[in-house]
Design a protein around this ligand. Structure first.
Ligand code: ADP
Ligand code: MG
Length: 270
């Protein structure tokens, strides 16, 4: 169905945690791409608690691209998160590896777009906007771009400082600004969706619940009790996943030619 990219303007609002929670509840097979160039693959070290060796992922994909075998090697560089349904492309282990990503992002965006044919969707953890070597080609190829932010004044003003250039970028080089939406982490702490919508002049998709225990389990691999799946974080994630699907459906309906519209005038014989 689609590529969904999550990014942030400042600090660590919960991009990785939200992207991982969404991938876990995604209704179709999905590949989560850890494309944050800040380094230290946080899902391998956090959620997977170092149980998977850091020998696959973006750096190996950059090598495969240099050898001209990116598409063929793509699935070999993924790690199973939940059976074959949720797979991960581990990110960089350190920030020095980021320079080798510049030439990978565009060809990788084409490989990711081609996964749709196999019924697989993609969720990209694009890290923070404005970083050197940031995965802008992946953000531009996305059918939904979620700017993740907390709701404090510093968080909202940082988002405001970044969102106009992101919008312009998506209009000029991406799939248009109707792909852009804001995802709140902890609505009402203290600002509410309506106020943030007015300040950012961008639709607010919905909100991830404030749920430190479940978030720490996803981001740091902290142990959680038996009822993990019933955590408030996952209940809100279900709403987020539904809202992302609606956003993508609206965007695709706009791109599709109106029904009955003829692309070529049919000749009339008489
Ligand atoms: N919905 C949430 N509720 C409470 N804490 C959260 C939530 N999402 C993330 N966090 C916490 O915020 C911190 C940063 O999260 P992370 O996902 O790593 O941020 P980012 O990827 O934006 O840098 C972590 O300690 C994580 O547990
Ligand atoms: Mg992160």
């Amino acid at each position: 169905m689609a590529i969904v990219a999550l990014t942030s303007a400042r600090g660590a609002p919960g991009v990785t945690t939200s992207a991982l929670a969404m991938a876990m509840l995604w209704p179709r097979p999905v590949v989560l791409v850890e494309a944050d160039v800040a380094g230290s693959s946080s899902i391998l070290a956090g959620y997977l608690r170092g149980s998977v060796p850091p020998d696959r992922g973006l750096v190996s994909l950059a090598v495969a691209h240099r050898r001209g075998v990116l598409a063929e090697r793509f699935f070999d560089q993924t790690v199973r998160l939940i059976e074959d349904r949720v797979r991960l492309v581990p990110g960089l282990v350190n920030a020095q590896q980021a320079t080798s990503m510049d030439r990978l992002w565009s060809p990788l965006s084409m490989v990711l777009a081609s996964l749709e044919r196999t019924g697989t969707d993609v969720i990209v953890d694009a890290g923070r906007l404005g970083m050197l070597h940031a995965p802008m080609p992946l953000i531009r190829s996305a059918d939904a771009v979620l700017l993740v932010t907390r709701t404090s004044l510093p968080a909202v003003s940082a988002a405001r400082a970044r969102i106009e250039s992101l919008r312009t970028d998506l209009v000029e080089l991406g799939q248009g600004d109707d792909t852009l939406s804001v995802l709140l982490v902890g609505e009402g702490q203290p600002y509410r969706a309506r106020e943030i919508h007015a300040s950012l002049r961008t639709p607010v998709l919905t909100s991830m619940a404030w749920d430190q225990a479940a978030a720490d389990s996803l981001s740091h691999g902290a142990p959680y009790g038996r009822r993990f799946a019933a955590a408030p974080l996952f209940r809100s994630t279900r709403v987020v996943v539904g809202a992302v699907h609606e956003l993508i459906d609206r965007h695709r309906a706009r791109l599709a030619p109106a029904s009955g519209e003829k692309l070529i005038e049919e000749p009339t014989y008489g």
